[in-house]
Structures are given as structure tokens and as C-alpha cells.
Design a protein around this ligand. Sequence first.
Ligand code: 26V
Length: 803
Amino acid sequence: MFSDKNEFKESFLKRIEMSLGKAFPDSTKRDQFHILGNMIREHISTNWIQTNEHYRLNQKKQVYYLSIEFLLGRLLGQNLLNLGIYDIVQEGLHDLGISLHDLEEVESDAGLGNGGLGRLAACFMDSLASLDLPGHGYGIRYKHGLFEQRIVDGFQVELPEQWLRHGHVWEVRKPDLTVEVPFWGRVETIKGKDGKLIFEHRDAEYVSAVPYDLPVVGYQNTTVNTLRLWSAEPSRYQPNRDMMRYKRDTEAISEFLYPDDTHDEGKILRLKQQYFLVSASVKTILRQFSSRQSNIEDLPEHVAIHINDTHPVLAIPELMRILLDEYGLDWDKAWRVTTKTFCYTNHTTLSEALEKWSVRIFQPLLPRIYGIVHEINERYCQQLWEKYPGEWDRIKHMAIISYDEVKMAHLAIAGSYSVNGVAKLHTDILKTREMNMFYNFSPEKFNNKTNGITHRRWLLKSNPELTQLLVHTIGDSFIKDPEQLMELERYSNDSVLQEDMKKVKQIKKEQLAARILDQNGLSVDTESIFDVQVKRLHAYKRQLLNVLHIMYLYNRIKEDSSFTMHPQTFIFGAKASPGYYYAKKIIKLIHSVANKVNHDPKTKDLIKVVFLENYRVSLAEEIIPAANVSEQISTASKEASGTGNMKFMMNGALTIGTLDGANVEMAERVGQENMFIFGLRSEQVLDYYSYGGYVASEYYHHDERIRQVVNQLVNGFFSDNDEPFDLIYDSLLTENDYYFVLRDFSAYVDAHEKINATYKHPKEWLRKSILNIAHSGYFSSDRTIAEYAKDIWGIEQYSLIRK
Ligand code: 26V
């Protein structure tokens, strides 16, 4: 559409005047952003239409990725980059006195996710399109994404997030493709002519699922895939007594993204969201299939449906329902088709995070679906009985419905041909522990797919300075094939590269320091070590260990005048789930510690603590490139994979971490000597859980450093705090420190001492940093997606050689 900046400028100026009815000098940044967004969307549309046509006409297999979360962040910059017109647009705007960066900042983050799971889905969409793979995403268009976090007096306050306030330039509403989704009502069985039972869902309340399509632009190819987000609206076909109530209840379905809270309220709504997503999606998938193919039993040759965690698992009984009730297949045939179509990824082994639904809630809301799940359970238990006659305990443990609850993970395993974990260690734990019985029953289903991240956002887009340096050093082949970053290995000792790396890091640190000054009013020393922990707040991620260590450093500096260290800036970003009281206390603690150390004349030049509020994708893009140290310190065995760890690695930060999740594979690749690994191994943690033997108070009594910091939680040390941190104190001592914070404390202190010592030798540090980048290519989501495509989905690249 525009091949040079002049063409772009001309078209941009024309659009401003035509669409806004304003002269260019009167246009606001928001005006300019919207005009630019619309131009780019139109620019994309030819390839979008052609990609869809291609998929429609072609007989090849397609994959549908169902996810309750897609944490996309901003799209303008990424789309320009993928289209290969970032520079043209930037220069054109510059000539007009506009900074592209400023326009990018106008865009709200599409924050339709809590953390890693949702961001992974977004990285996968980018990789599918960039690899020319026929992959379609289905999710929910929440009116409010994850809450906006404000910090008031050190406490987290949640505000409703408003990403749609000014509209979303990238979406296209498709009302013609609306799908109806039934809830409530009752099931009636009648005998058909041939004696078969026919199930009819009567008196249901229908909700319309209206699709909004987002283009997913591949990197410098012609593929534009689709992410379809469903919005819930009142149905035109619904006769209604109480219109106001019906409208309110309906719209509530796509109103809020659920933070992962453990509380009861809103449970029905959450189940409604799940069925809403899968019913609309599966119906659409079948409609598309039927327009191309005639034999429904061939579905698995043409379609794979991926279930991202258990949230979309009702897609399994939904497909069964359609095959049985609408296509008239018998049970065995329908089950065969279904179990060859679905694949499932598990993202956690934490038992409190495994979804279960009370039959009391499930059955009335989804009567036909419940009937089908019940039948699936009966038959599954029958099979189990045949293999394990008399083993009641085992069967009860593996049943899909037991103790009046529907176990979503069990349904996912029973109904899928593939079950995968997200890092080697995680998959091993699934196989040998958490899902061991299922693994023994159907070992062929289980496989590993180590997570990855898109280097296009997490390197090219967020760190153009580093990208440029890498291209200068090893050429640009890593851009298409990130594993080529390995070419850097030979330059790890190159002092010219080392110096340049240092300069790039310094630039990124200064940019972040400016942001910190702007947001927190705090000036930080850019010569200090930037030590970063950004991720959801959860006890198992052990932000507490980090904080206790900072308190220890504070004490050290205060008490030991001979103590020296390289200045260090500890940066945190984290949202706590609104109902998760303990996590909120940790946020308060971080602020209390910050208050203390940042203002004490004796410590303020050596340590600074920064909490950046409202952590989100766009903020991550600013923080990660500036990090020297990446904190990945979960209790071993608890973090399924982690993906932040990979983003930091790719940006040259060194990791301090436990051998947990994907850290294990990072260490395998880059070498343990190029990371700071510490603490209990997963086997040790799991053995403690099985056999006991850990007494937290012993560590408290025997280690003076621990005793001091733990006491400071409750002894009036934090004068700014009315209520002491009893809850945290009790979690450590009264509740015996479930996450082994005190157990790992000493090893963590040692690891930090090594960091400090290594940082004093810049050549050594930079060598390790370069090696980390060199080995990070494996953790590209392109590699992950290529593995899913080959091993699980059986899909192939389209060669879209078009003009
Ligand atoms: C959910 C909940 C909800 C109830 C309270 C406790 C709790 C704890 C954890 C979770 C996580 C649910 C699934 C999830 O987000 N898993 C994350 O998936 C990422 C992508 O695979 C992976 O990198 C992270 O390690 C994993 O935590």
C-alpha cells in the first residue's frame, strides 16, 4: 500500500482530514493513533481475506486454540514490525513532527489474561502466523481485562480496567456470524422413529455470542490469521419475562476476566464463561468444517482443537453433544471422533489450582452437557474397572465425577489424544506424581512441550538497540531462525562486543530509570545492579524470599561498617489476586521495606527498592531489557515452566534461580556456571512433602540473620505500618513455612554474594550475559509451535506465495 515514507505521509494526512474533519495541526495524539491504526488494519485486510480464502478452499488440517485468556498487550508497534513498515512509518511521522513511540503509548494494553498462561497464548498466535501455520485462536472479549492496580499507602487497590473505552482499532465485529448458546432449562427425552432416544433441551435461556475478529499478522510473510473473541449479548430469539434482568445476566458473561481467585462468588458466572466460549467456538468450527467436508467422521483428519489448561474443557462434551444430537452418530463413533480431535495442555500441578465444579452448580446450568459428562464418566470408570478390577480407591481417584464434583483435568485427559506439560521437569512430575495413575493407564497420551516466547516482541520490538547490535555482530539470520543466536557464542570473549553490550544495557537502564522517576518520583543509580522480579504475586513464587534478603542486606549495612557491596536496585512488579489476602500483605511489605531502605542515609546509596505499579505487558517490555539480574526463585517443583525467565535470558540478564520449571533447561543449555542456581531441588522438596522432616523454626533459631529479619516483621521495625506482618510471620513459623523460604535463605544469600562478586568483573559478567543470549534461541515460541505442529497437531505450513 505504501512503499515509501512520502506515500505514507500523503495518505496519512489525507485520512486525518477526511475522517476527522479537522486540519492536521488540530488533531490530537489519539486522533493520530486511530487514523494510523485504521490505515494499518486496512493495509492488512487484503492478506487477511486471502489467508482466509486459502484456508477455506484448501483441504489441509487446521488447528483451533481455545483459551480463556489472551494477554496480547499493545498491537500497533508489533503489527508495523511484522509488516516490515515500522521504519517507513516512523520516518514519515517524524517528518510530520510526530513520534511513533508517543502514538504507540496511546494504545491501551489488551490485558485479557492474568499472567504466563495468557501471554503464552499470545506468543503462540504470533508464532503460528509467522510460521505460516493454519492456527486460529478463540477467546472471550472481556469488556474489562485484568484489573488496573494502584498503590495507595503501600496497599494494592483495584480499579476496573477500561481497554475498550476509546474502542479497539484492530477488531472487526461480525454480527452475521453470531452463535446462540443455551443455559439452564431441562432435557427431555423422546423416542425417535427408529427407536433411538432423542434429547431435547427445553426452556433454555439463550445468549448470543457475537464474534470480534482480530488480525494476527505473521512476520514478513503474507499470512494473517484470526483471533476471534466472543462477546455476550442478549439474543433476539429469547422470549423474556424480565428483559432488564436478562440483559444484565447476559452481558455479565463477557464483562470481566476472572482473576484466579479461590473464592466462591461468581463461580456460576465463571462456568458460564467457559461454556459460552467453547459452545460458540465448537459450533463455528463445525460449521466451517461442514462447508468444506461431508463426512463428519473425518473431522480429526481436518481439525485439531487445543484446550489451553482446563478452562475450555467443556468443548469435549459439547462436541459429543453435537455429534450425538445433531449428526446422529452413535456413542462409540462420536467418542472416537472426539478423542482424536482434542489435545490438552496442563499448566500447573498446584492442587488448589485444579478446577472442580460442584454437580449442584453444573447440572442445572448445563443439563444436557452434564448428562453427557455423566455418561463419559460411567464408561471411563467401566474401562478402569476392566483394567484394575476391584481397585476402588484407584477408580475413585481417577473418576471424572466423584464426591459430587466434576474434575475438569480428568475430563481433559479422558477426552484428549495428547496431554502435555510445559517444561521437562513439569512433565516428569505430571507423569511420576500428580497424574501418575493417568500416565499408567494411557502413557501414549503424555508428552512434553517446553514453553517459548516470541523473540519478535521480546527482543526485536522491546529491545531494538540490542537487536541492532546482534545483527551487526552475527548478521540477521537469527531474526527468521532464533536458534542462530548461537552464532554469538564465539564472540562471548570479544571485548568490542562486550563494550557495546554494556552500552546497550546502559541505555535500557536509563530509559527505565526515567520511567521510575516519572512514576515513583524516585531517582535510581543506573550504575547499580538492576535486579528484577516481575510476575504474578504468589506464595510459591517467593517474592518473600527476595524481600527478606533485602532486609538482611539493610541490617548488614547498618551494623557492619566494613561491609561493602556493589549498589543494587531491586525492582518489583506484581498484581495480587483481589481475594488473596496474603499476597496483598507481601505487596505492603515490599513498600514498607522500600520506605525504610530508600530513606535511610546509611543505606540509600547502596540499596534501593522500587515497586512499579500496574505490571502489564507494555511495562514488561520496558523493564525486561533493562535488567541485569532476573529473579526466578520459586519453590522447586512449583513453577510449571515460567516464561519471564526466558525473556530476561534473551535480553542478556543473568538468572538467579532454583532448578524449577524451564530454569532447569536453561541451565542445561547455557551451563550452570552461567547462572546463579541455588536452593532445594524439586526431589528434595517433594520428599519433604511426602515424608516430613523440615522444621522451619530450627532455621529461625540457628541462623541469626534469619531470626533478625523474621522478628522485624512483627517487632515494630516498620514504623510506618499500623499492623505488623503477623500473617507472614505465622506462615513462616506457626505454619512451618510451606514454601521453604527459610530453608533456602542461606543458599540465596550466598548466590547473591556471588552475583555481587561477579558483577565486579565486567568482562566475566558480560561474557556470561552474551552466552545467555546465545543459548536463548531454543526458548523461542517458534520452536515450541513447530513441535506442537509436528508432534501433536499434524498441521503443515502453507506456502502462501502471493502478491
Ligand atoms: C492458578 C491458581 C488459581 C488458584 C490459586 C492458586 C493458583 C496458582 C496458580 C495458578 C496457575 C494456573 C495456570 C497458570 O497460569 N500456569 C502458568 O502457565 C505458564 C504457561 O505455561 C507457566 O509458564 C507458569 O509456570 C504457570 O504457572
